[in-house]
Design a protein around this ligand. Structure first.
Ligand code: G6P
Length: 500
């Protein structure tokens, strides 16, 4: 007979995400190395992972890679391999051409392919199996983001002893949009395998609860959802977890609520204090030809980021003579992303055409209208850019959170600089002292840019102080602690309710 112990590993905390904190890099000569992968998740979870005996399960970012588990900076890395077809169907297809546009309010049309769904199922099962194989008895497994929404249920089926958390880093859409998905019920059931499901905004958690009610009929009370227990093995695996609902069914409770993610604010401030980074910030302004005002945009090159809307507003201000390139020049960092997905290729062409036109029409020999960088940049250089920028433009059409907005604020220990922030970014729920804009309203966006350019120092300072207070107090350590505490409370509350 097999006991659950036979199936379990040794780690008490397991993080599962599509991308590992490190990406494998294969050089032209075939030599291999690892480098930090993009994204804030690593810094968010690194400290917690080091304190506990943590393992990180994820993909190394290269098709066909079969790396063995290894240790990186005190964290155990457990690679999951994806074939070229998995990458095409599960990652580029279902994750980034179905779920991504659907969850961002169909800014681009989602594509529905049954083959992609089949691949999503298979790959989610592979991640679930890999996590189950390394998690100790009663361990906590924390699953991340939209690529892995079926993993919580799959894990619960094979390992009912586990405590399972899920965090969705992107928006969760209103039911009228979510209901397009042919596999909507399976996705909701997949997520409900978790004990706690976290979202960026209160509105996302509300959208999810509505989808649960519409698709499953389960009872929801505030943040709590009662999920019937179908499988007796689930009760045996963790008898304390089951309780009896008012209707006499065996149920377990799931919490679905907002946990807005953040950044390691102190580390940005620390970099900003370094003399060499401040010198680099001054140098950037000089190299731009010392314009009166430097404006900055920093995004993955993604259609959700509203880069085109931002360029349109800036181009019109130049065309109307309201500003000149010597008054205000724009630096746009657009880091390459998902380059084999057609929508991203089309977007790149559109943005680069627009940048070329604006530069052709308005640049002078001494001043370039838009300094466009289709490159990722190291963190030091980003902090120098944030310090050099009088105005930060975050004009996303839809964004789960937008950590760039928080990074800019964390960097500005001088209490200067103006954040222009889209109300459609999750960050707008917290960063109320920013100049909030509707990026679809081009006239409104132009007015906000002019207002930011003319804002008196005392108002800039008052707003930035208020923004900084929020970001410093609500940093990423607080985020991960509050999620893991909620997960511990949730399982504890259930145990004591049943014991009583
Ligand atoms: C967003 C998603 C992450 C993803 C990141 C980079 O922030 O929420 O899950 O890792 O974009 O995208 P990529 O497809 O390159 O992993």
């Amino acid at each position: 007979e097999t006991t659950p112990d036979d199936a379990s590993g040794t780690y008490s905390l397991v993080v599962v995400s599509n991308r590992l904190p490190v990406d494998k890099v294969v050089a032209a000569d075939g030599s291999e190395s690892w480098r930090a992968s993009p994204g804030g998740l690593v810094t968010a979870l690194e400290p917690v992972m080091r304190e506990s005996d943590g393992a990180w399960v994820g993909w190394a970012g290269v098709a066909g890679d079969h790396s063995e588990p290894f240790e990186n900076d005190g964290i155990s890395i457990v690679p999951v391999s994806l074939s070229a077809e998995d990458v095409e169907f599960y990652y580029e297809g279902f994750s980034n051409d179905t779920l991504w546009p659907l969850y961002h309010d169909v800014i681009a049309p989602p594509t529905y392919h049954r083959d992609w769904w089949d691949s999503y199922l298979i790959v989610n099962q592979r991640f679930a199996d890999a996590a189950a194989a390394v998690a100790a008895q009663g361990a906590t497994v924390w699953v991340q983001d939209y690529q892995l929404q079926l993993v919580p249920k799959m894990l619960r089926e094979s390992r009912p002893d586990l405590v399972i958390g899920f965090f969705n880093h992107i928006p969760f859409p209103a039911y009228g949009i979510f209901s397009q998905l042919p596999w909507r019920t399976q996705i909701v059931e997949g997520l409900l395998g978790a004990d706690v499901i976290g979202f960026q905004r209160v509105a996302d958690a509300g959208n999810f609860s509505r989808a649960v009610r519409r698709l499953t009929g389960y009872t929801t009370k505030g943040a709590t959802i009662e999920v019937p227990i179908e499988d007796e093995a689930e009760v045996q695996g963790n008898p304390l977890r089951a309780k009896v609902s008012r209707r006499g069914h065996q149920v377990r409770t799931v919490t679905a609520r907002a946990f807005p993610i953040s950044i390691d604010a102190a580390s940005f401030e620390e970099l900003a204090h370094r003399p060499e980074i401040q010198a680099r910030a001054r140098e950037i302004r000089q190299e731009l030809g010392d314009p009166e005002i430097v404006m900055l945009g920093v995004d993955r090159l993604d259609y959700t980021k509203g880069i085109g809307h931002r360029l349109k507003a800036y181009g019109e201000l130049l065309a109307e003579g309201k500003i000149s390139v010597a008054d205000a020049s724009l630096v746009q960092v657009a880091s390459p992303s998902r380059e084999r997905v057609q929508t991203y290729m089309t977007l790149r062409d559109e943005i680069e055409l627009t940048v070329g036109r604006i530069n052709g029409d308005f640049s002078t020999i001494s001043h370039t209208a838009i300094s466009y960088l289709h490159q990722g940049r190291p963190r030091d250089e980003m902090v120098a850019l944030y310090l050099a920028a009088d105005i930060m433009l975050v004009t996303a059409l839809r964004d789960g959170m937008n950590l760039v907005a928080k990074e800019y604020v964390a960097t500005r220990f001088d209490n200067d600089g103006v954040l222009v922030l889209s109300e459609f970014a999750g960050a707008a729920d917290e960063l109320k002292a920013a100049l909030l804009v509707n990026p679809h309203d081009i006239e409104g966006l132009k007015e906000a840019i002019l207002r930011a350019m003319q804002m008196p120092r005392h108002e800039r300072s008052r707003r930035m102080r208020s923004l900084r207070k929020r970001v410093k107090e609500h940093d990423v350590a607080r985020w991960s602690k509050s999620f893991l505490d909620a997960l511990a409370d949730q399982t504890l509350a259930q145990s004591s309710a049943d014991a009583a």
